[in-house]
Design a protein around this ligand. Sequence first.
Ligand code: PLP
Length: 384
Amino acid sequence: MSSPEAQIPLCDLRIQYQNLKTEIDEAISRVLASGMFILGPDVSLLEKEIADYCGVGYGIGCSSGTDALLLALQTLEIGPGDEVIMPAFSFYATAEPVCLLGATPVFVDILPDTFNLDPDQIAGKINGRTKAIIPVHLFGQCADMEPIWRLAEKHHLAIIEDAAQAIGADYQGKRAGSLGAMGCFSFYPTKNLGAYGDGGMVVTNDPEWAQALACLRIHGATKKYYHEKLGRNARLDTLQAAILRVKLPHLETWIQARQQAAIRYDQLFNDFGLKGFLHTPVIKDQRRHVFHQYVIRVPSDLRDGLVQHLKSHQIGCEVYYPVPLHLQKCLAYLGYRAGDFPVAEAASRSVLALPMFAELTEEQQFRVVECVAEFAAANARLAA
Ligand SMILES: Cc1ncc(COP(=O)(O)O)c(C=O)c1O
């Protein structure tokens, strides 16, 4: 998260709080006055509201997006000897839960335009040990699910969506989270629907999995002090649920504001003649991009210079992600090398996320683009 002290921060959560202050303060006070801080009606109502929003039967609130993935994998009893296919380019938390359960993440390369996993690379990675595929809907746009559905059906594999960045995104008119066996969301504060701390949720249509998830998040207990499974303490805080319930009705408006901001950026980059210098985000057919991030691609030899230039002008920006998963130090034991996933590696050298939040103004965006243009001109890279 870039500092909110930046003149134009990457994400500014203060405006949203000011706009909703009365309702949020009231929700917090109500929970404090109730003296009930663990689970309870706020959590179950939010679970129902998010499940309805995603068009699925059940939601199970949990402590983070990472724990959502962990609980989903545990519910499917994925463990030592099992393999789980996922893109090489994502936040580290896509791979971590698989490793913590003793299973093996198997990486595939991504598509250069959407940064989502390349479905054509999956079939070659499937073997008798493969149990699941985790498509990541990176930056707020769904992965290409049609070919993934076909492969999953053919090889009896579960699909666990890492929808941490994509609440509200659609694929063929269906909501992210409803596109596989289970969908995992994060309510990290900067997410499109963010808590004031950590939080997450798994959504599913399967009542048995819903029951297993609810049990695993409270130490594997179905009844207090009777533990049937090895679970964990991974509940969603009541306070966070109450805050999220205030925010959820505004999510659609915020998504539309982000989409408008994305259109304005595209237009401004065009107006400034920068389309030869950088690539703006690509939206694929039959997808609703919710612009959790607005990520441009710039020439890799100039990317870090542009980061410095923007930061020196107090404009927030961030590289998501500078190191692809297969090259993370703690995953070296998997034996991957530089060069294994060239598209993911190229992305890690060229991506740059620009300020994006629902309240971002036209003037702020103009200044961001103007600043990128100054840098491009100074580096004489204004190709046609
Ligand atoms: C793609 C992706 N997966 C998983 C996570 C993990 O979510 P959390 O930070 O809530 O644990 C995140 C959030 O940062 C994410 O962006």
